[in-house]
Design a protein around this ligand. Structure first.
Ligand SMILES: Nc1nc2c(ncn2[C@@H]2O[C@H](COP(=O)(O)OP(=O)(O)OP(=O)(O)O)[C@@H](O)[C@H]2O)c(=O)[nH]1
Ligand SMILES: [Mg+2]
Length: 280
């Protein structure tokens, strides 16, 4: 019987967990951003290959400096508890500080198979600089495997996908709770990704996106999003001078969503606070 089950992916913020999840699945469903702390919700993405079927749970990045096992959200705790195996993601060349080792040691106490991925190896020149890091990981007893990858350049990603089998049991099917989010949630996540991409440091901290309308038309799917911000001043930041910024966000989101949904997608956007509604 083929290997089938759930792997929770953990790591500090910005190490490339969501990029790696998308690369393993061969579909861009998880939000990726250069801004740390971009993943806010736990979410599954399904990976299938010749060796296994795996629901990979992408989790929000853990904040550097907190004690392993503490201050994880209830959703992360739940994902870790319910998963059959754990994949700790570190980023080279920053790896080597004790934080990663402490967290990996913590994962090893949880009684599940644990593997470590050293991502962003494309940034390591020359490559043999990885050897001390790999040797350090080799001193931790009980790891299922350690694998250097570059999620961005697709290096070793297929090999990692196959190796996930070593973390999995032989379930007949993936558990219901590990289903992928509905397309509406994915659409909001990918829209939010474009806000991160275009607003950079100006992105309001608590910005959220909801899908208010969806309509099948002859020209494709028409989606109406609302960007929610706290204050009217933040509306202006999101919209930009003459609406240029929000138009750029909407155009990029339209392209991303059309590719993801395999059909032409058109986008309408409103930016709302409690007091004001403005349309672009
Ligand atoms: N050079 C390089 N950059 C990468 C690689 N993988 C991811 N990145 C970049 O790292 C940044 C963070 O990527 P994410 O996938 O959002 O990281 P994350 O760990 O999910 O971040 P949080 O959700 O905030 O914890 C983005 O700018 C990615 O393009 C890689 O293999 N090489
Ligand atoms: Mg992420």
């Amino acid at each position: 019987m083929e290997r089938c089950g759930v792997v929770a992916m953990m790591g500090l913020t910005n190490v490339g967990k969501s990029t790696l999840a998308n690369a393993l699945a061969g579909r861009h469903l998880r939000l990726v951003s250069h801004k740390a702390g971009s993943t806010k919700e736990v979410g599954a993405i399904h990976v299938a290959n010749a060796s296994c079927r795996c629901a990979l749970i992408d989790t929000p990045g853990l904040v550097r400096g907190i004690k392993p096992g503490t201050r994880m959200s209830r959703a992360v705790h739940q994902a870790v508890d319910q998963a059959h195996g754990l994949l700790w993601v570190s980023a080279a060349p920053a790896f080597g500080d004790v934080v990663d080792l402490e967290w990996i040691s913590y994962c090893l106490t949880l009684g599940k198979p644990v593997a470590v991925v050293l991502n962003k190896v494309d940034r390591v020149r020359p490559r043999n600089l990885l050897l001390p890091m790999l040797a350090e990981l080799g001193t931790l007893p009980g790891l299922a495997f350690v694998m250097p990858v570059s999620a961005l350049r697709q290096e070793n990603v297929a090999e990692l996908g196959e190796a996930l089998a070593t973390l999995l049991p032989q379930l007949a099917q993936l558990p219901d709770w590990a289903h992928e989010p509905a397309w509406q949630e994915i659409a909001c996540e990918l829209f939010r990704e474009q806000l991160f991409e275009h607003l950079h440091q100006e992105l309001p901290h608590r910005v959220t996106v909801s899908l208010e309308t969806s309509l099948e038309t002859k020209a494709g799917l028409l989606l109406g999003f609302v960007v929610w911000v706290d204050r009217p001043a933040q509306q202006g930041i999101v919209i930009g001078r003459g609406g240029e910024r929000l138009k750029a966000v909407a155009t990029a989101a339209r392209l991303r969503l059309s590719a993801c949904m395999n059909q032409p997608v058109h986008v309408q956007v409103w930016v709302r606070t409690r007091r004001e509604v403005r349309e672009v």
